[in-house]
Design a protein. Structure first.
Length: 494
């Protein structure tokens, strides 16, 4: 009995000692008002939803950079806290039409120009040929015994073997080459996936932002709505006229915001822990009624994360950990993890020196007793992160919705793909319930309906987790058998 008594007493004393250590750190002093200040600015109407490529996004980046400066963070580049991300905005031509008989289809409303343009074809014969696909091994070929020379090829999107949206869209590049090789004048793909046309307009119409210019001088490829395509179907008209201008590409630069705190240990400071959160959001409704809320303020997604990132920058600069800590506020997450992807391909510090990435992202919270992790058990620092969360009186719940595949849907996956252990750290949620969905990517996601006392605890735990990981004697590693384990071994082999 005495043995168990002493074990229990020792455990209590150990927990007390850890609590005392936490109370001596700068992060223990993070206040609700400090967290609130950051969130209220970032989620203000004046920033218009922080859409990548827009002025509000640039203002958010400036705010983060100046906070880094005020905390005394060092610049990784010689003269700026910014890493330029060279986005291109592609806009549809002002005029474009497809005419078949008495039917006239208009660009944007009925079809989208995906490639090329600057074309005027009068009464050209169509060739409907399945998917417009030919496999490289010759086992499938829609062009067998079909003459498409001088015609417009009309085909279903994707291939016989693709199901996913991205795979279908990716196949279009080869389909253009096939049509061109066989002498076709243009390619029209019918969008058969069950999704609203408005989704296509949003993702591929005017204002589309990417890191590559859309080809406005090459082979013409058009994407047409399935319902609309029936108006010029095989049985309806044999010949069509196609007149459409070129895609207009505009330079739309944005920035990742990056700062560093050098570690205190003369040996370990050559390694670093990466702390990240995206600061962009989805913007605003271009068209709205007077008096209507039309701004997606993004308080939860992801002003909460940026506020915690800034709080960690202040705490760790006031009292550095043993390893260096690199802070990155990413742009372009909402348009496909573009800012983080750009950094992964163009790092300012060697990725092999990065031992860990703790990313913050989230859709909100529905349980204020928790911090929810995504992949923490997979990435070798579960004990340290659990300690940090419990130090502020919260509990850690890892992967509350594994079926949603959240690990591979946020910026952390860009570092994971490079081999770096990279979980996400999110406000407490147990499921995607009504409490989450009523704010996620909604106009209602504003600072006024947040609990800043809880968010101060969240920020404290994030900062403390970063400190504990930075002070680990041995760098964390992917657990055995993880799908990213081999990449980690390859990255750190030297």
């Amino acid at each position: 009995m005495k043995k168990y008594y002493f074990i229990a007493v020792f455990g209590i004393l150990a927990l007390g000692a850890k609590a005392q250590k936490f109370k001596k750190t700068p992060e223990s002093k993070i206040t609700p008002s400090e967290v609130e200040k950051h969130i209220r600015f970032l989620a203000s109407d004046e920033l218009m939803g922080r859409k990548t490529g827009h002025a509000g996004n640039n203002s958010a980046a400036r705010y983060i950079a100046e906070e880094f400066r005020s905390f005394g963070l060092d610049m990784v580049s010689s003269s700026s806290f910014y890493q330029l991300v060279p986005f291109i905005t592609s806009n549809q031509p002002n005029e474009g039409s497809i005419t078949g008989g008495e039917t006239v289809l208009e660009i944007n409303d009925d079809f989208l120009l995906m490639n090329g343009g600057g074309i005027a074809l009068e009464n050209v014969e169509k060739a409907h040929i399945g998917y417009g696909w030919a496999s490289e091994d010759g086992s499938y070929n829609d062009y067998n015994n079909v003459d498409v020379k001088g015609k417009i090829v009309v085909a279903q999107i994707g291939t016989p073997d693709t199901n996913g949206f991205r795979e279908m869209m990716a196949a279009s590049e080869r389909k253009m080459e096939l049509a061109k090789e066989h002498g076709a004048l243009a390619l029209i793909e019918i969008f058969t996936i069950p999704a609203p046309w408005s989704v296509l307009q949003k993702n591929f119409g005017s204002g589309t932002i990417s890191l590559e210019k859309k080809d406005n001088s090459g082979f013409t490829r058009i994407l047409i709505n399935q319902a609309t395509s029936k108006k010029i179907g095989k049985e309806v008209v044999e010949f069509i006229s196609l007149k459409v201008g070129e895609i207009v590409n505009l330079s739309t630069p944005s920035n990742n915001v990056i700062g560093i705190v050098e570690g205190s240990d003369p040996v370990l400071k050559s390694e670093y822990v990466l702390l990240t959160a995206h600061f962009d959001h989805v913007g605003f409704h271009e068209e709205h009624k007077e008096g209507e809320d039309y701004i997606f303020n993004g308080a939860r997604d992801n002003a909460i994360g940026v506020s915690a990132l800034l709080s960690a920058a202040k705490a760790l600069s006031a009292q550095p950990a043993k390893r260096s800590v690199l802070f990155i506020a990413y742009t372009g997450e909402e348009i496909g993890l573009k800012g983080s992807g750009y950094y992964a391909e163009n790092p300012l510090l060697p990725l092999k020196n990065c031992i860990f990435n703790l990313n913050i992202d989230g859709a909100g919270y529905n349980d204020k007793t928790l911090v929810s992790g995504i992949g923490i058990k997979r990435t070798g620092a579960e004990a340290e992160i659990t300690r940090a969360v419990e130090a502020v009186g919260l509990k850690l719940l890892d992967d509350p919705t594994p079926e949603a595949g959240l690990f591979d849907r946020s910026d952390n996956v860009q570092m994971a793909a490079m081999g770096i252990p990279a979980p996400s750290f999110s406000p407490g949620f147990t499921s995607f319930d009504e409490e989450i969905s009523k704010y996620y990517h909604k106009e209602a996601d504003e600072a006024d309906n947040l609990d800043f006392v809880y968010l101060a605890k969240f920020s404290k735990s994030y900062s403390h987790a970063a400190r504990l990981i930075s002070n680990m004697k041995v760098a964390p590693k992917w657990i055995a058998g993880d799908k990213y384990e081999a990449r980690g071994k390859a990255l750190y082999k030297n």
